[in-house]
Design a binder for this molecule. Structure first.
Ligand SMILES: NC(=O)c1ccc[n+]([C@@H]2O[C@H](COP(=O)([O-])OP(=O)(O)OC[C@H]3O[C@@H](n4cnc5c(N)ncnc54)[C@H](OP(=O)(O)O)[C@@H]3O)[C@@H](O)[C@H]2O)c1
Length: 356
């Protein structure tokens, strides 16, 4: 009996130790709801890491020339997005990057890809996805640059940041990761529709970069801006769930309107990037170096979503390791996805989605 109790004590001690060092956020959970969110995030992350390892051979994408296509990406100046940009360029795709620091983005791209290979193929434009005004200006700039867009990659994100309200009065993670991208998609829909009329037999693609963390939470319509309850990891998960709902609902709109556009929500894997800035794991770099995907490996599922011929006509899907994966059970619930869609339109004063 004494031995069993000691063993139990050791196991509990070990679990506490793990949670102390591998928290998804620097904040220590203060109540059961926060603890639940923390535990679910850690478990989901560990399961994804496991899957990344088991399915590492499947995480492959064949690049091809897609000359004449135009892609718009938010972020992309570092982390996974930088390698997405590199692969798009390797496919001869023209790019407009929406970034907070266009000059810094140019330097970052030039540091990983030979300038002569992509001369004139990228526009670096200012965009802060957490500021709706900035998103509007960015969309206008894209409209001036390209009458037709074929790929939109809603990639920019922050994770587990402390509570902050944006200029528009929105909770910042939801605004940066989801609401700004929702608005951008709405504003660029005319260009995306023009892209879908390019006579190359290919659907236009909208990619909402999501995360396995989306499975750990629910959308709280009574507290959308997290004024009553805010836990950093949970707010991140909510923004990523919103992107999955958005992806699913977009697909129904495109089918209804008979548009040659499809949407995907890829999870890139657990990837060694600056996204973990607010996580305790950030203080253990060797762990991330050893066990996480590299940003290049993380970029593969996003590129797969953007160009794979296999996915043609298979929109509305959540992807991971270059294949379909299971998303949150509620994402299949049409009423739930429509509710969020209508709620967001109302929040942004959008009367008819895609009609400006
Ligand atoms: N890393 C992972 O393990 C992981 C797992 C699941 C999903 N994801 C998803 O993968 C995507 C890329 O993440 P990452 O790991 O590459 O992260 P990262 O290295 O931290 O890069 C984030 C990117 O988003 C940009 N960004 C942040 N806030 C912005 C804002 N307000 N306006 C415009 N751009 C902004 C950053 O630009 P600045 O340089 O200006 O900050 C940067 O380019 C995200 O959607 C993330 O949720 C990542």
């Amino acid at each position: 009996m004494g031995f069993l109790l000691s063993l139990l004590y050791l196991i509990v001690f070990f679990i506490c130790f793990l949670f102390y060092f591998f928290r998804s956020t620097n904040t220590i959970p203060k109540n059961w709801r926060e603890l639940k969110s923390e535990v679910l995030t850690i478990v989901e992350g560990m399961m994804s890491q496991n899957q990344d390892f088991i399915l590492r051979k499947r995480n492959r994408i064949k690049l091809m020339s897609l000359n004449g296509r135009v892609a718009v990406i938010t972020g992309g100046n570092r982390g996974i997005g930088l390698f997405v940009v590199k692969k798009l360029l390797q496919c001869d795709i023209k790019i407009v990057m929406g970034v907070r620091n266009p000059e810094g983005a140019k330097q970052a791209v030039e540091s990983i890809i030979d300038k002569s290979l992509y001369e004139g193929k990228i526009n670096y434009e200012h965009c802060d996805t957490g500021d709706m005004n900035s998103v509007r200006k960015f969309a206008e700039r894209v409209q001036q640059l390209h009458p037709a867009v074929h790929i939109l990659i809603n990639n920019a994100a922050v994770m587990a940041t402390p509570y902050q309200e944006t200029k528009d009065g929105f909770e910042s993670q939801m605004a940066i990761n989801y609401t700004g991208h929702f608005l951008l998609t709405h504003l660029l829909l005319p260009q995306l529709i023009a892209g879908s009329k390019t006579n190359d037999g290919k659907n236009v693609r909208i990619i909402n970069v999501s995360s396995c963390a989306h499975r750990t939470t629910d959308i709280d319509f009574d507290d959308f801006h997290c004024k009553k309850f805010y836990y950093p990891a949970d707010a991140y998960a909510k923004s990523k769930l919103a992107q999955v709902y958005f992806t699913k609902y977009l697909e129904t709109i495109f089918k209804e309107r008979d548009l040659k556009i499809q949407s995907h929500a890829p999870h890139p894997g657990i990837v060694n990037t600056g996204l973990f800035e607010h996580s305790t794991i950030n203080f253990i770099p060797w762990f991330k170096d050893l066990f996480y995907k590299t940003p290049e490996q993380g970029s593969r599922t996003i590129i797969y979503a953007a160009i794979s011929p296999y996915l043609e006509g298979k929109g509305g899907t959540y992807l991971s390791n270059c294949y379909f994966d299971k998303s949150h059970s509620k994402a299949k619930n049409f009423a739930e996805t429509k509710r969020l869609f209508d709620y967001t339109c109302q929040l942004l004063n959008i009367k008819t989605f895609g009609v400006i």
